[in-house]
Design a protein around this ligand. Structure first.
Ligand SMILES: Cc1cc2nc3c(=O)[nH]c(=O)nc-3n(C[C@H](O)[C@H](O)[C@H](O)COP(=O)(O)O)c2cc1C
Length: 260
């Protein structure tokens, strides 16, 4: 059995058509909301969904930054080349509009974070600041620019420091997806939430031989949206807002409390 397919020879496709096929099929994509500084120390922010984490040791993330239509580098790529650092901020649902506001192609040096009403907090290990309300931020040092072709920069960065909102990570370093509340990029102008998913633990050869596919069991998870951070701190955020598995390991302060 197979689907009937339509086939596309990428060599015969226009770049715009390749783009449409890739962004519609590789979904959802995580979004790196990248903050950088230029040589004068002015802060820039821009979202990038040609993004992922490629390795944990060393901790490498990748960004795909296209050139502008006039062939110039986007501010993010230029600043990374000039300063050797950048910060990847994770976009929660609450920050989606602000993130999209920073995708506007402002002139170099325009403070797009101020226009989007965002505050920053200083970096710990790098000169680029993080977005204060981002639930997590990864400070990166430039590892390398991959020489692909004259149309984009593919940038590898090594994560040297992470900030995670304190109530979202416990002592076992489990991160609570309800509090990260990340959005992903779909094709076109679409975004996906990460509140409705399922757990499916990895099985092993013995269980697969004994039980077959029945050894793989889904547990649905439906997470609430993250409350705003100030309200969360004031109310001591109840565990009832955390998914069942997280409930087993999180306290309101993020301390470890795993059952069993
Ligand atoms: C959700 C989202 C994801 C985006 N992903 C990319 C991307 O992966 N690569 C890219 O070159 N532009 C991407 N863009 C467009 C850039 O964000 C946009 O060109 C922005 O103006 C770049 O800002 P900068 O010049 O300050 O770096 C994306 C835009 C949005 C809204």
């Amino acid at each position: 059995m197979t689907f009937e397919t339509r086939d596309f020879d990428f060599a015969a496709l226009a770049p715009r058509d390749r783009y449409k096929i890739l962004i519609g099929t590789v979904v959802p994509r995580p979004i790196a909301w990248v903050t950088t500084v230029d040589k004068q120390g002015r802060v820039n922010a821009g979202p990038y969904s040609f993004f992922n984490c490629l390795s944990a040791d060393p901790a490498i993330v990748a960004l795909g930054v296209e050139y502008r239509a006039d062939g110039s580098s986007k501010d993010t790529a230029r600043n990374i080349r000039d300063t050797g650092v950048f910060t990847v901020n994770i976009v929660s649902e609450a920050l989606a509009e602000a993130m999209v506001a920073t995708a506007v192609d402002f002139d170099h040096g325009v403070d797009e974070l101020a226009i989007a009403g965002l505050e920053t907090a200083p970096g710990k290990a790098v000169a680029s600041p993080r977005i204060a309300l981002a639930p997590a931020a990864l400070e990166c040092r430039l590892h390398s620019f991959l020489d692909i072709r004259d149309s984009r920069d593919i940038i590898l960065g090594e994560v040297v420091h992470a900030h995670i909102r304190a109530d979202a990570v416990n002592d076992r370093l489990h991160v609570d997806p309800a509090l990260i509340d990340a959005v992903g990029r779909m094709g076109g102008t679409g975004y996906a939430l990460t509140r409705d998913f399922f757990d499916l633990p990895t099985t092993n050869e013995t269980a697969l031989k004994a039980e077959g596919m029945a050894s793989l069991r889904r547990t649905p998870r439906r997470l609430p949206g993250a409350p705003p951070p100030v309200a969360a701190a004031a109310s001591g955020r109840s565990d009832s807002a955390i998914g069942s598995q997280d409930e087993a390991r999180m306290t309101p302060t993020g301390a470890s409390k795993r059952k069993g």
